[in-house]
Design a protein around this ligand. Sequence first.
Ligand code: BT5
Length: 242
Amino acid sequence: MGDNFRKIEWQIIRLEEVDSTNEYAKRIAETSPEGTVVVARRQIAGKGRKGRSWASPKGGLWLSVILKPGRVDPRLVFVGALAVVDMLADFGISSGIKWPNDVWAAGKKIAGILTEGKGSEYVVLGIGINVNNLVPEELRESAVSMFELLGTKIPPERVLERLLPHISGWYRVFLERPDLLMGKVREKTFILGGTVRVIQDEGELIGRAIDILDDGSLLLETSSGLRRVVYGDVSLRFVEHI
Ligand code: BT5
């Protein structure tokens, strides 16, 4: 890697409560340096993609990192996902990426990533990780926390301490060798080979997940041939039989 990489200097803004750390980060992004991190103990309007809500009670780690890569690139979501996978491994939890923006452990969602950006000005990398928080009743089947898997509580602050170096590491790989970043994503993605249903605004696609391409898109083998699905507002479900 080149030597001219500026090491990110983290500046952490800690909040007790916020609407959404992504919204807060966007409000200050233009006047804040790269490496500004907004962390809140609780979000009252935590959000996922497409206006979905993200349950963010006390005990979890809810943060947004301001990055200034000079462009909005869909692959930045993987900087967050790989950093979470590495952080979880540091605590002995094995996990994988469910393309495009989830991290799963023990068959359930443990973290979600939401990137938002403004042209060449900034990207906000939002990461939500269930640490000690209870997941809402209606999500018990599909969501899990670090506490449930480890049987012990780790202070979210320690999780953050572990996470940030992984973010700067993968961000550097993204900037200098995006092909290596995508190689790692392929290795950590557990959907490849499986049959999935992709839900888009335009409709649904069912096919076998063949590959994740270097531009971050998913290659599907469908009954009508190969289809490339671009990261964006797609949701993905596993399909047992077609
Ligand atoms: C995501 O959206 O997975 C992105 C979540 C990003 C959250 C972080 S927290 C810090 C920053 N500030 C924000 O306001 N957001 C970011 P999506 O793929 O659309 O998934 C949303 C779906 O996940 C919901 O519809 C629920 O089904 C489920 N969900 C909600 N809360 C959850 C939780 N705490 N754990 C697991 N699943 C959850």
